[in-house]
Write a protein that binds this ligand. Structure first.
Ligand SMILES: Nc1nc2c(ncn2[C@@H]2O[C@H](COP(=O)(O)OP(=O)(O)OP(=O)(O)O)[C@@H](O)[C@H]2O)c(=O)[nH]1
Length: 202
């Protein structure tokens, strides 16, 4: 008989300046889509997506926060108790890298010290307009105990990889068979990504 898959819930928050591509990264990860004219987030938006890594199924509960400064005071509601945070900047805009560093300082000062932090240099498809070098971001990430990836929500480069990296770094879950509403135990084949998703509120 195959071993039951372990289920793990993980609260994840995206933080970063306005227009860096937080919603686009989530949309790419959850729905495999990209839109050129993504509307600015108001408050925050919630999404869920599961993925399987080895013998575990991780259900990411994703809070996509609004980058506009007027929503800053809401952020602690979303990052408090988060298992993981993705801090996003735009590689073509140095001010967004500065803002990302401020978010990281805030998380280090107030967030859960166990939160796994990822630094994502987004819009990596716009290489000709690059203003933040990957070396600078990599060095900063290393000094601050984050992992770093350049992503493109547009071309999908490294988007799933950021979530997979986080999934691999989450602490081991207790064995917990998946159950459906009738209490029937569901067995899953290990290894492959499962693509169930729900979303609401943009
Ligand atoms: N070229 C390119 N454009 C992108 C990429 N990701 C996002 N964009 C564009 O950048 C703009 C802003 O993207 P959003 O996803 O709304 O950014 P956000 O960080 O969620 O913005 P707020 O909700 O206002 O905080 C949109 O026009 C996107 O189409 C990317 O990887 N490459």
């Amino acid at each position: 008989m195959a071993a039951a898959n372990k289920l793990k819930n993980a609260k994840l928050v995206l933080l970063g300046d306005v227009g860096t591509g937080k919603s686009s990264i989530v949309l790419r990860f959850v729905k495999g889509q990209f839109v050129e004219f993504q509307e600015s987030t108001i408050g925050a938006a919630f999404f869920a997506q599961t993925l399987s890594v080895n013998d575990e199924t991780i259900k990411f509960e994703i809070w996509d926060t609004a980058g506009q400064e007027r929503y800053h005071s809401l952020a602690p509601m979303y990052y408090r108790g988060a298992a993981a945070a993705i801090i996003v900047y735009d590689i073509t805009n140095p001010a967004t890298f500065t803002r990302a560093k401020k978010w990281i300082k805030e998380l280090q000062a107030q967030g859960n010290s166990n939160t796994i932090m990822a630094l994502a240099g987004n819009k990596a498809d716009l290489l000709e307009a690059r203003k933040v070098s990957s070396e600078e971001a990599q060095a900063y990430a290393q000094e601050n105990g984050l992992f770093f990836m350049e992503t493109s929500a547009k071309t999908s480069t490294n988007v799933n990889d950021v979530f997979y990296e986080i999934a691999k770094r989450l602490p081991q879950a207790q064995a917990q068979p998946l159950q459906n509403a009738n209490g029937t135990v569901l067995m899953e084949r290990g290894g492959n990504k499962t693509a169930t998703s729900t979303s609401c509120c943009s």
